[in-house]
Ligand binder design. Structure first.
Ligand SMILES: NC(=O)c1ccc[n+]([C@@H]2O[C@H](COP(=O)([O-])OP(=O)(O)OC[C@H]3O[C@@H](n4cnc5c(N)ncnc54)[C@H](O)[C@@H]3O)[C@@H](O)[C@H]2O)c1
Ligand SMILES: O=P(O)(O)OC[C@@H](O)[C@@H](O)[C@H](O)[C@H](O)CO
Length: 382
C-alpha cells in the first residue's frame, strides 16, 4: 500500500506519516524543502519523540520523499497511490492542486481504482477546497470520471507539534495526545484502515469542536501572550489575565457548540479541561509566534476567532473574550510574520477600524465591531 503525503513538516512527519507508517503504508512525502527531501531519501527513516518523561523515540522506517517541484514524479506517485494526504497549510493547497490533478488524470487513463485524498489542515472543509482547486485543473471528461473514483473526505486533525530545534533535522517531538477524524460519508471504496483514525457520519460537529476549542484557546493565549511579552504558550498560560481570557473564550465557544450540536455539557467540560492541560505541557516549548502565525488567516470570517464570535453574537451569546482575542490579533506586530506585517501596514495607513473591516469580514455596524475596538483601545492603553 502506497500513501503519498504532501508536507514533510511537523504534522506530516510527527503525526500523519507516523500513523500511515504504523498502518502498513509505504509513505512517500512530497515537500519543497530540499534539505528535508534529501535527508529523508538518504536515511529512509526518522524518529518521533513524545513530549513526556522517559518514553523512547519511535522509528518510522521505509519512507522516501519527492521534491514538490518535480511535477512529473509527483503525478506518477499519485497515479499509483492507495491514499493521498496533505499537511501543508491552508494557503498551500492551491499550489499542490495542479500536481494532484495531473496524477489523477494519469491514473484515470490506466485504471479505475478508488482514491481518497484527505487534507489534514486546520480549516473547515479543507478537502472540499482542495477538490475544487484540483477540479480547476481537470478537463470535463476527467472531472466526470473523478466524480466516480476520486473522493476528498474532509478531516479534523489534532496533535500539538511545536517548531523543532533538534540537531537531527528529521527528529520531531510531539505531544502524546492525538485525534484524526474523517468524514466517512465522503469516502470512496473501502475506508483506509488506519489505527487512530475515527470515521464519523458527519464531520461538522468534530471540526468545529476542534477548531473552536483547541485552536481558539490556543489563539487567545498566543495573541495575548505576545502582547504581554511571553515567549511560549505554557509560560503565557501561567499569567492570570491570559488564563482567564482563554477559559472565558472557551466558555463562549462551549456555549455555542453545546447549543449548535447538543454535545453533553460534562463531556465538553472534560474536553476543555484536557486541552488546558495540553497547552500547559512544559516539555513542548511551543512558541506564541508559531501559534499566532498567519493572523490574516486566523482573523478570517470562518476561522477560530471571528467564526465563533459572529455566531455567538447572532445567537445572543457572549463573545467578550473572543473579541479581546480578535483585538490582540489585530495588534500582533511580529515583524517576521508577513501577514502580521500586512495587517500592521494597513493599520498604519488606514487606521484600526479599516484593518478590522478588511481582515475580519465583520460587517460595519455589527455589535462585535464596537466590542473589538473597545478592547483594542484598552489593550493599547495598558
Ligand atoms: N503543528 C501543529 O500543531 C498542527 C496540528 C494540527 C494541524 N496542523 C496543520 O497542519 C498543517 C501543517 O502544519 P505544520 O505545523 O506541520 O507546518 P510545517 O511548516 O511544519 O509543515 C508544512 C510543510 O509543508 C511544506 N510545503 C510548503 N509548500 C509546499 C508545497 N508546495 N508542496 C509540498 N510541501 C510544501 C513545507 O516545506 C513544510 O515542510 C497546517 O494546516 C496546520 O494548521 C498543525
Ligand atoms: O496550525 P495553525 O496555524 O492553524 O494553528 C496553530 C496552532 O493552534 C495549531 O497548530 C495547533 O497546535 C494544532 O491545531 C493542535 O492540533
Amino acid at each position: 500500500m502506497l500513501a503519498v503525503h504532501f508536507g514533510a513538516g511537523n504534522i506530516g512527519r510527527g503525526f500523519i506519516g507516523l500513523l500511515l507508517n504504523q498502518a502498513g503504508y509505504e509513505v512517500v512525502f512530497v515537500d519543497v524543502n530540499q534539505t528535508l527531501v534529501e535527508e529523508l531519501n538518504q536515511r529512509g527513516s526518522y524518529h518521533v519523540q513524545l513530549a513526556t518523561e522517559g518514553t523512547p523515540a519511535t522509528l518510522v522506517k521505509g519512507v522516501r520523499a519527492i521534491q514538490g517541484q518535480d511535477i512529473e514524479a509527483v503525478a506518477k506517485a499519485i497515479a499509483q497511490a492507495d491514499l493521498v494526504t496533505t499537511a501543508v497549510g491552508p494557503h498551500i493547497l492551491q499550489h499542490i492542486a495542479g500536481a494532484i490533478a495531473k496524477g489523477i488524470s494519469q491514473r484515470l487513463e490506466v485504471s479505475a481504482r478508488p482514491l481518497n485524498v484527505i487534507a489534514c489542515e486546520n480549516m473547515i472543509g479543507g478537502s472540499a477546497q482542495l477538490k475544487a482547486q484540483v477540479y480547476g485543473h481537470l478537463n470535463e471528461s476527467d472531472q466526470a470520471k473523478a466524480g466516480q473514483w476520486i473522493a476528498f473526505p474532509n478531516a479534523a486533525v489534532d496533535r500539538i507539534v511545536p517548531l523543532q530545534k533538534h540537531e537531527d533535522k528529521l527528529l520531531v517531538t510531539v505531544e502524546p495526545f492525538f485525534e484524526w477524524v474523517v468524514d466517512q460519508s465522503q469516502i470512496v471504496g473501502e475506508a483506509p484502515a488506519i489505527e487512530g483514525v475515527t470515521y464519523v457520519p458527519d464531520l461538522a460537529p468534530y471540526i468545529e469542536r476542534k477548531l473552536f476549542t483547541v485552536n481558539t484557546g490556543h489563539a487567545v493565549i498566543a495573541y495575548l501572550g505576545y502582547l504581554y511579552g511571553y515567549a511560549t504558550i505554557d509560560e503565557a498560560l501561567r499569567d492570570d489575565r491570559i488564563n482567564q481570557a482563554a477559559k472565558g473564550a472557551l466558555q463562549e465557544t462551549g456555549a455555542l457548540l453545546l447549543e449548535k450540536y447538543r454535545f453533553e455539557k460534562e463531556t465538553h467540560e472534560a474536553y476543555v479541561e484536557k486541552i488546558l492541560g495540553r497547552y500547559a505541557n512544559p516539555m513542548l516549548s511551543d512558541h506564541v509566534t508559531r501559534v499566532a502565525r498567519s493572523p490574516i488567516r486566523k482573523l478570517s470570517p470562518n476561522d477560530r476567532l471571528v467564526g465563533p464570535a459572529m455566531q455567538c453574537v447572532a445567537r445572543g451569546l457572549s463573545a467578550e473574550y473572543l473579541a479581546l482575542a480578535i483585538a490582540a490579533a489585530l495588534l500582533f506586530d511580529y515583524p517576521e510574520d508577513p501577514e502580521a506585517v500586512q495587517i500592521q501596514s494597513e493599520r498604519a495607513q488606514n487606521g484600526i477600524d479599516q484593518a478590522l473591516r478588511s481582515y475580519t469580514g465583520i460587517p460595519a455596524g455589527n455589535p462585535l465591531e464596537q466590542i473589538v475596538l473597545e478592547h483594542v483601545r484598552s489593550l493599547q492603553a495598558q
